[in-house]
Design a binder for this molecule. Structure first.
Ligand code: PAD
Ligand code: ZN
Length: 367
């Protein structure tokens, strides 16, 4: 059986998404049909739309989603119709070498599906007049319904509001996870976060949850710095008015223990590295344009600094998502304040324009 759905489709860079009807195939073995409740608008989707990062086309974008299970394919055991789920854009296989050593965010099988824009078997479930339409992160969340791998479904408590749960699917997991899982920020340590958008604000709140001492927010927009203070930043640096490296080094004598880059540009990656103190850790969260390179001062390696990337906040979704839900319901994780605007699916291009202009912490598309 096929379903008719409404979805936002990416055809080529520098064009608005087309909101149109697609066919959606029923879930195959090990797959799940989900009615999407909400999907967040992340800068990673914007990178595809701006042609900075390649993606299969045509493609349904959207990878920060939550919804309700409507049907399951053969062999699905972990969820059933009616369950509330957060979707994972890295549906880890559980068997590859990365999964086996406890690094499911690096799963070979899921990352291959992600780069192809398909389910784990190499085919997508959306189609337009019989021709395949790919799905970002094995999700394609800007749609009224989608089919995802069972491994991409994380069951959550039904008293968790689904619109806020959607944010856990990317921005919150990526940001909080970069601080807690990737960097393992130590209580009392000094942290700088370069870029305080939807993901960076969550690095700030992840550092606060970990008990960091100074948390220095760096952005070029004063209202982002104001938001960062609400999420736990103790200091703010406006990089449009002063040199952020000098400013951070002055606030945290000589630099911070952990600096996070959450924009995706070679210059700001270099800034984050330069504001990291001797022996400290630089974490690159931002996704840089395809082919971009970063240069680092070779002499700095004598200072035993470490630089690493963070993919999906080192997520172990089945463990981390329920923990984040509990923290939210206990009033210890800010999600309400992240949702600056809500758009209907028809307004999705306005949501991306607002993101491009830096107007929002996060917008969600509510189906
Ligand atoms: P966003 O547009 O909401 O936030 C970016 C922020 O950076 C904005 O607040 C800007 O004002 C700020 N900014 C821009 N230029 C500068 C500058 N020169 N100095 C300081 N601040 C600046 O984006 P987002 O938070 O949705 O995403 C941020 C990046 O994280 C982006 O590259 C996205 O692709 C990446 C990402 N990575 C992963 C991952 O797994 N690593 C997951 C999700 C998103
Ligand atoms: Zn994202």
């Amino acid at each position: 059986m096929a379903y008719r759905v409404k979805a936002a489709v990416f055809y080529r860079p520098h064009e608005p998404l087309a909101v149109e009807e697609l066919e959606l195939e029923a879930p195959r073995q090990g797959e799940v049909l989900v009615r999407v409740a909400a999907c967040g608008v992340c800068h990673s989707d914007l990178h595809f739309m701006e042609g900075l990062v390649p993606i299969a086309s045509p493609s349904v974008l959207g990878h920060e989603a939550a919804g309700v299970v409507e049907a399951v394919g053969h062999g699905v055991e972990s969820v059933r119709p009616g369950d509330h789920v957060v979707l994972s854009f890295i549906p880890a296989c559980g068997r590859c070498p990365y999964c086996a050593v406890g690094r499911p965010n690096l799963c070979t099988v899921a990352n291959r599906a992600m780069s192809r824009g398909t389910m784990l078997d190499g085919t997508p479930r959306f189609a337009k007049e019989g021709r395949p339409v790919y799905q970002m992160g094995a999700i394609g969340g800007f749609a009224t319904r989608t089919v995802v791998p069972e491994a991409g479904c994380v069951k959550i408590r039904e008293d968790m509001p689904l619109d806020r749960a959607a944010l856990l699917g990317c921005g919150v997991m990526t940001g909080v996870g970069a601080a807690i899982n990737t960097a393992r920020v130590q209580a009392g340590s000094d942290v700088a976060v370069v870029g305080c958008g939807g993901v960076g604000l969550n690095v700030v709140q992840g550092a606060a949850l970990a008990g960091a001492g100074r948390i220095i927010a760096v952005d070029v927009l004063p209202h982002k710095l104001e938001l960062a203070r609400q999420f736990g930043a103790t200091h703010a640096v406006d990089a449009s008015r002063e040199d952020p490296v000098a400013a951070v080094r002055q606030i945290a004598a000589g630099g911070v223990d952990y600096a996070f880059e959450v924009i995706g540009r070679p210059e700001t990656i270099r800034q984050a590295f330069d504001m990291t103190r001797r022996g400290g850790l630089t974490v690159v969260v931002g996704v840089a344009p395809a082919g971009a390179e970063v240069s680092l001062p070779a002499g700095a390696f004598l200072t035993e600094k470490t630089i690493t990337g963070s993919a999906y906040g080192g997520a172990r979704m089945s463990v981390d998502v329920p923990r984040l839900v509990e923290l939210y319901l206990a009033g210890r994780l800010k999600l309400d304040q992240l949702i600056s605007r809500r758009y209907p699916l028809e307004g999705i291009n306005d949501a991306f324009d607002a993101l491009r202009r830096g107007e929002v912490a996060r917008s969600i598309v509510a189906m």
